[in-house]
Design a protein around this ligand. Structure first.
Ligand code: NDP
Length: 444
């Protein structure tokens, strides 16, 4: 059996009931097979892949908090410090009822290669809890965040591990967590990113993942002889990534016709009204059913359906495995040109394969959504320098990074004879740097 297959089998055996983690490991290892085969003897002797698929460290802890009626609740907190070969652990905190160790491990594993692709000195980590901020009062969210940070603060630090936002963790949650960290550790340092602008946050961090997705998509299309202006786009999700992807797509002259949340989706033939979307989601924290009040010509549908709409470009920006084989078939039969992932692993392995086999340009999340973590790293730099850069400066660095990432993965794919396969390109480009750094640092 090949080394890659052996390690995949071992991961499945040693980590039962973690299907998302298995999926992420399979995707990465299968697409770097050609590099592993070229170095098989050395990698086997050094157990390089075994070390890469095992987190350096992981924490699981109790998070008790009191609701507004005096009732105590207990959630589970996680932080997985996956790989620090190229820098301090970096990766978001997800607050969603679906969170479990397997989900955090899949996200942490992906983060290693994503962070490497940015070209910045950041290792891979991820964390979160099964706490659901939806429907909770601000005081309840604060109580949870303070309890969560009371344990987490023992394991993180500006030069050790720097968490950020993710699903369910926005500016409000980061603020409460930062306050508690500072209070307990008596350290005013850049231990979290995604902070508010009055206490060390970076301009353009809020926009970064969505904007970055579009900068990379634009460069990929340009390289292949297409433009983004005039294209019709479907976006899923209506959170941080979806909102700013929609905003930048429209600024670049495309028309975004869909957004969604976990209960339904909107079709707006005239193009999504971003100001209305921001008011509904960022200000009122309401559901998409509200959108029709702003745009009477739009349609609201319960359930799933975004991928059935005829578009040129699809941008999945909600959550993992939200675009399956049937969705891929619908997109292809409607003549889709490109699918670029704003979320982490939103496309199933079968759907990815189908899209690629049918000539659709496909860019995986670890490259396409790396603008968020890249700008988080820029926030860390500003915190270390005790300086704040202008919006334009951060945005232009972000754009350069995204353009650089695309050419990095495009070149890697070409170098190994997989021209146009951006999954292979991204994984190889991300892997090579981490492997080299691990090799140089000995058996640790
Ligand atoms: P948000 O919490 O701001 O938004 C998530 C959106 O996805 C919401 O519209 C939510 O709907 C929807 N959603 C979440 N879970 C599900 C589900 N199980 N089924 C259907 N819809 C769902 O998160 P972000 O926008 O920050 O993150 C979105 C994705 O992008 C995630 O995969 C995240 O890991 C990834 N990402 C985020 C980065 C960032 O900077 N924020 C950086 C890189 C990647 P509802 O409100 O109904 O729950």
């Amino acid at each position: 059996m090949s080394y890659v297959d052996e390690v995949i089998e071992q991961v499945i055996k040693q980590n039962p009931a973690e299907p998302e983690f298995h999926q992420a490991v399979k995707e990465v290892l299968e697409s770097i097979r050609v590099v592993v085969e070229a170095n098989e003897e050395k990698y086997r002797r050094d157990a390089l892949l075994e070390r890469m698929v095992n987190p350096e460290r992981q924490f699981k802890f109790r998070v008790p908090w009191v609701d507004d009626n005096g009732q105590v609740h207990v959630n589970t907190g996680y932080r997985v410090q996956f790989n620090s070969a190229i820098g301090p652990y970096k990766g978001g905190l997800r607050l969603h009822p679906s969170v479990n160790l397997g989900i955090i491990k899949f996200l942490g594993f992906e983060q290693i290669f994503k962070n490497s692709l940015t070209g910045l000195p950041i290792g891979g980590g991820k964390g979160g809890s099964d706490f659901d901020p939806k429907g909770k009062s601000d005081r309840e969210v604060m109580a949870f965040c303070q309890s969560f940070m009371t344990e987490l603060c023992k394991h993180i630090g500006a030069d050790t591990d720097v968490p950020a936002g993710d699903i369910g963790t926005g500016a409000r949650e980061i603020g409460y967590m930062f306050g508690q960290y500072k209070r307990i550790r008596n350290l005013y340092e850049g231990v979290l990113t995604g902070k508010g602008l009055t206490y060390g946050g970076s301009l353009a961090r809020t926009e970064a993942t969505g904007y970055g997705l579009l900068y990379l998509t634009e460069e990929m299309l340009k390289t292949n002889g297409h433009t983004i202006a005039g294209k019709t786009v479907s976006v899923s999700g209506s959170g941080n990534v979806a909102i700013y992807a929609t905003e930048k797509a429209q600024q670049l002259g495309a028309k975004v016709v869909t957004v969604s949340d976990s209960t339904g989706w909107v079709y707006d033939p005239d193009g999504i009204d971003v100001a209305a979307l921001k008011e509904i989601k960022e200000v009122n924290r309401a559901r998409l059913t509200e959108y029709k009040k702003y745009r009477p010509n739009s349609e609201y549908h319960e359930g799933r359906g975004v991928w059935g709409v005829k578009v040129d470009i699809a941008l999945p920006c909600a959550t993992q495995n939200e675009l399956n084989l049937d969705d891929a078939k619908a997109l292809v039969s409607n003549g889709v040109l490109a699918v670029c992932e704003g979320a982490n692993m939103p496309t199933t392995l079968e759907a990815t394969k189908y899209l690629q086999e049918n000539g659709v340009y496909f860019v995986p999340g670890k490259a396409a959504n790396a603008g968020g973590v890249a700008t988080s790293a820029l926030e860390m730099s500003q915190n270390s320098l005790r300086l704040s850069w202008s919006f334009e400066e951060v945005d232009s660095r972000l754009k350069n990074i995204m353009v650089g990432i695309f050419h990095n993965l495009d070149d890697a794919a070409k170098k190994y004879g997989f021209e146009g396969d951006y999954v292979v390109g991204a994984n190889i480009a991300g892997f090579e740097k981490v492997a080299e750094a691990m090799n140089a640092q000995g058996i640790v």
